[in-house]
Design a protein around this ligand. Structure first.
Ligand SMILES: NC(=O)c1ccc[n+]([C@@H]2O[C@H](COP(=O)([O-])OP(=O)(O)OC[C@H]3O[C@@H](n4cnc5c(N)ncnc54)[C@H](O)[C@@H]3O)[C@@H](O)[C@H]2O)c1
Ligand SMILES: [Zn+2]
Length: 302
């Protein structure tokens, strides 16, 4: 705020309570009213400083305020820096589901200052690496040796590499039409099912995705010929970031399957699943049956 004011901008700040509950239409509407009261018009600019919740919410406000004003992403979590700030998906949650109300609205700039990550609790820091490991699996196996859980000294090039991967995929398939962007869902079909079945708050998103990655990697071994050694390498890496690789025993396979069936990706009947034949590349497969997914969930108990 001080540097913006010093540069001659007139700045107003608007904060929301931490947490997913702030990603609501009510909150977006409240922010719009605050912006009006503060005298902002179509020449104003929104700066979204925070994690993915703030980025999605503030981006959505920017998308609808005066029918759309520019915005800048200033992501402060690993998830936000490597994932949510890039790609232009903005929005809020509905009572009937996450991210159901929103707009594509690209930020003018994404400024990821890795120093901000220093204050993240370890669990939140580590969860972001599920998406990083996902990027390595689908696009960049050379990144794997660059991942050192205990060394936080060279985060900037690593974050930049992940932004480049997500940006390349998203710019080639901005509105999810060619299937390329769908590769980013690696680990997310079963991961979302587990996240839902466990109840939001039990696993952080990245933790559920870690389990989804384990399942997708195992299916990649059995259905697409991914070498066992590559699978073991991914499992070791997830564990090194303290990410779960086994499903908690009290979460039943039936509850995960029920959550999967409710997933919007299943509405059309066919299961579009992302698999990898070799680390660094992925493809969309529609040959899996629900029973294959059930076995994959069961496999997470071993
Ligand atoms: N738009 C997309 O493409 C996309 C992609 C992935 C995720 N998302 C969304 O992102 C959200 C999750 O984002 P998230 O994981 O960043 O969670 P979050 O925004 O809820 O942040 C996690 C917690 O960390 C705190 N925090 C943020 N920065 C901090 C810092 N530097 N130091 C200490 N604490 C800090 C926050 O206040 C919050 O309590 C979800 O709503 C998800 O749907 C969107
Ligand atoms: Zn994710």
């Amino acid at each position: 705020v001080a540097s913006l004011a010093g540069a001659g901008f007139s700045v107003s700040t608007h904060t929301v309570p931490a947490g997913e509950r702030s990603k609501s239409l009510e909150c977006a509407g409240g922010l719009c009213e605050e912006l009006i009261a503060a005298g902002h018009d179509r020449k104003s600019l929104v700066l979204a400083l925070g994690g993915g919740v703030v980025g999605d919410l503030a981006g959505f406000v920017a998308a609808i305020y005066y029918r759309g004003i520019p915005f800048v992403q200033l992501p402060t979590t690993v998830v936000a820096q490597v994932d949510s700030s890039v790609g232009g998906k903005t929005g809020v949650n509905a009572r009937g589901g996450k991210n159901l109300i929103g707009a594509f609205h690209q930020p003018k700039l994404v400024l990821a200052d890795t120093d901000t990550l220093g204050t993240l609790p370890p669990r939140e820091f580590n969860e972001g690496f599920a998406e990083v490991i996902k990027h390595a699996i689908i696009r960049d196996r050379e990144m794997l040796p660059a991942l050192h859980p205990l060394d936080r000294s060279c985060l900037a090039p690593l974050i930049a590499r992940n932004v480049a991967i997500k940006a390349a995929i998203v710019s080639a398939d901005e509105t999810e039409t060619s299937g390329l962007r769908a590769l980013l869902n690696f680990g997310h079909t079963i991961g979302h099912g587990i996240e839902n079945a466990a109840g939001y708050g039990r696993y952080l998103h990245g933790e559920a995705i870690s389990l989804g990655i384990v399942a997708a990697v195992r299916l990649s071994v059995s259905r697409a010929g991914l070498p066992e050694a590559d699978a073991a390498r991914i499992f070791d890496l997830l564990a090194a970031y303290d990410l779960p690789t086994r499903l908690d025993p009290d979460i039943s396979t039936d509850s995960v399957m029920a959550a999967l069936a409710r997933d919007k990706k299943f509405l059309s009947g066919k299961i579009r699943f992302v698999l990898s034949r070799s680390l660094g590349s992925a493809f969309l497969d529609d040959s899996l049956a629900l029973d294959d997914l059930r076995q994959a969930v069961e496999g997470l108990r071993e």
